[in-house]
Design a protein around this ligand. Sequence first.
Ligand SMILES: NC(=O)c1ccc[n+]([C@@H]2O[C@H](COP(=O)([O-])OP(=O)(O)OC[C@H]3O[C@@H](n4cnc5c(N)ncnc54)[C@H](OP(=O)(O)O)[C@@H]3O)[C@@H](O)[C@H]2O)c1
Length: 307
Amino acid sequence: MKAMTYSQYGNPDVLELTEQPLPKVGPGMVLVKVRAASVNPVDWKIMAGHLDSLMDLQFPAIPGWDVAGVVESVGIDAPQFQPGDEVISYARKDFVHGGSFAEYIALPERLLARKPETLDWDQSAGLPLAGLTAYQVLTRLGVTAADTLLIHGGAGGVGSLGIQIAVALGARVIATASAKNHDFLRALGAEPVSYGEGLAERVRELAPAGADVVADFAGDNLDTTLAVLAEGGRHASIADSSVEQHGGTWMWVNPVGADLERLSRLVDERRLKVEVARTFPLEEAAEAFRLNMDGHTRGKIIVKVSE
Ligand SMILES: NC(=O)c1ccc[n+]([C@@H]2O[C@H](COP(=O)([O-])OP(=O)(O)OC[C@H]3O[C@@H](n4cnc5c(N)ncnc54)[C@H](OP(=O)(O)O)[C@@H]3O)[C@@H](O)[C@H]2O)c1
């Protein structure tokens, strides 16, 4: 099969389109023909070697932890899916090797969920990793309709989905982005504020009593978080481990198919949508990485693998 691979750590220049063996479909596994994958910052961070102390990786590695596609075949004792089923997955396995930037990917069936009926393939591929991250953080923080929530990084993959999930939970949402994304944030249901110098004051103007909950989806925001958090408030970060020393929760997204099914339902209830910034063909995956590395993706960047 055709796959985008890298055989050494490095920048997007190490990516090459290669021919790889079709993955084996062991017991409890499902083989998915990939229609689309999405880019997450973790993909190029792994490729650069930044997670080497945390996760094993086997070269040649196929990047990509998000997938939307069609079940091609199922292994022994994988009763939940049939060939032809349309599925999505946060396809993080125990070690980095066989990712979603390939024509086929083999996955344990517990990582799969039904594709939302109301999204196309590109949008569906943008949902799993970012959507699960936002959902699991907001759930862990116990966000409810009684809360004023501040989201750092409202316009990115995680933030744009996080705003909508929090709105669906009934919370009042204040979210940060640069000025060019303020209308986008408003359309998602948030009150936008610009990040940078003076952010805490801007948040206090909107919410004089402070934020009950702060979700940091951007990193480097601890001082502001502590400055705006109401008495007894809760906070978490996905991009800054130092929150743990200040009463916050440092989180890593968990690949749980059941949570993904919940997100899929939220989508089909029209309460959650996926903004696609741009779609690249598989051959141009390096360009897709470079664009995301600029740090200003609105929503998700998609890699289309097959029609
Ligand atoms: N721990 C986990 O499980 C986990 C899971 C997913 C992601 N992450 C990490 O979380 C971060 C966000 O992920 P993502 O997928 O949402 O990334 P992304 O889609 O690439 O985020 C891009 C967005 O970040 C915004 N941004 C840039 N600098 C900002 C700042 N200083 N304050 C607020 N917003 C800023 C940009 O908005 P403007 O264009 O308006 O500047 C842009 O919309 C990354 O570091 C990623 O590695 C961690």
